[in-house]
Design a protein around this ligand. Structure first.
Ligand code: CUA
Length: 360
């Protein structure tokens, strides 16, 4: 019997210990998508709500479980020899059984009031900040926001800066400390925008615009991904939010679409040839590049492709080798994606990759 209780107590203390370990776990779970490590006010508000409800629930758990353990130990069945089992007649047995019972509290108004009022108070304590934070997130942010239309595609993200006339893919550059108003839509199926360190999830629904604002505290790269099952490459529908110091962001906006960045006449010649390949192989049917004749809208706008961190919506680093591999066999890397393989010779591929990577 004692062994049995010891085992139950052991298990319970393990659960309580795991719950108490939540706080240190916030730092232990360090990763680029760790929502317990917020990087902006929206994620911080949401985390504060999570921690408040978690600690209240831990308190409730400890009190209820403690009372349960006390009752189990205190009122457990006694030795059958002393009590009902030893009685001679049925009446005596019933009487003895009655004596063994703990005090009966059915209909005790005082106790019923206590266990109604305490949960009510706890719910109020959780409801007030919940409502307050929901209103704060729904209200317009302080300061002049940057408006970005976010469109989910199978399987990549399109970011259109509505006032700056900039369109990018899979990488959203923002200045720190300035609100960015996201107007979230979908071009095909339901996706979900999620950058855990900046804010909770919001659906991207065809035919509807959902709005949400974010602010990044520090210059950093905030990882995000689609959080709604949207097809075979749902897991490879990733994005990066790159928060820059204000001046660097302004510089990026000012220089956007200024054409290839070349450092020698030789490179310029290669870039010119690469541009030719882009044209003759029909890449422009799907992709746009600002300040050229290329204006396809099916795939991501490539105006700053050379300045992006990743390719194929976060699947791989943006290097010349990976770029050539991606163009050479997109269906091998991301089956079912909209990208088609265009036949190019090895020399043409070198020129094409040099051209694309010069676009910053
Ligand atoms: Cu888009 Cu999952």
């Amino acid at each position: 019997m004692v062994e049995h209780f010891r085992r139950i107590l052991g298990r319970l203390s393990l659960v309580v210990g795991m719950l108490l370990a939540l706080a240190p776990a916030r730092t232990a779970l360090a990763g680029p998508q760790n929502w317990l490590n917020p990087g902006g006010p929206v994620a911080r508000m949401q985390l504060s709500l999570f921690m408040l409800t978690t600690w209240i629930m831990v308190g409730v758990f400890v009190v209820v479980t403690g009372a349960l353990i006390y009752a189990i130990v205190r009122f457990r069945a006694k030795d059958p020899e002393v009590g009902a089992g030893a009685a001679a007649t049925a009446n005596e047995a019933a009487a003895a059984k009655e004596e063994d019972l703990p005090p009966q509290i059915e209909g005790d108004n005082r106790l019923e009031a206590i266990w109604t009022i305490i949960p009510f108070i706890l719910l109020i304590v959780m409801a007030i900040p919940t409502v307050r934070i929901n209103f704060a997130m729904a209200a317009d942010p302080e300061g002049e926001p940057i408006n970005v239309r976010v469109t989910g595609h199978q399987w990549w993200w399109e970011f259109e800066y509505m006032d700056e006339g900039i369109v990018t893919g899979n990488e959203l550059r923002i200045p720190v400390d300035r609100p960015v108003m996201l107007h979230i839509e979908s071009a095909d199926v339901i996706h979900k925008f999620w950058v855990p360190r900046l804010a909770g999830k919001l659906d991207a629904i065809p035919g509807r615009t959902n709005e949400k604002w974010i602010i990044a505290d520090e210059p950093d790269v905030y990882w995000g991904q689609c959080a709604e099952m949207c097809g075979t490459h749902h897991a490879n529908m990733r994005m990066r939010v790159v928060a820059l110091p204000e001046d660097e962001y302004d510089e990026w906006v000012d220089n956007f679409g200024q054409g290839p960045v070349v450092d020698s006449p030789e490179m310029l010649a290669v870039v010119e040839r690469g541009k030719e390949v882009f044209q003759t192989r029909g890449c422009f049917a799907c992709h746009a590049i600002d300040n050229t004749d290329f204006a396809g809208t099916v795939g991501p706008n490539l105006t700053d492709i050379g300045g992006r961190l990743t390719l194929a919506a976060g699947m791989m680093e943006n290097t010349p080798e990976n770029m050539a591999a991606w163009i050479g066999d997109p269906q091998g890397i991301k089956p079912g994606s909209g990208m088609t393989r265009m036949p190019v010779t090895a020399d043409e591929m070198d020129d094409l990759v040099t051209y694309l990577l010069s676009l910053k």
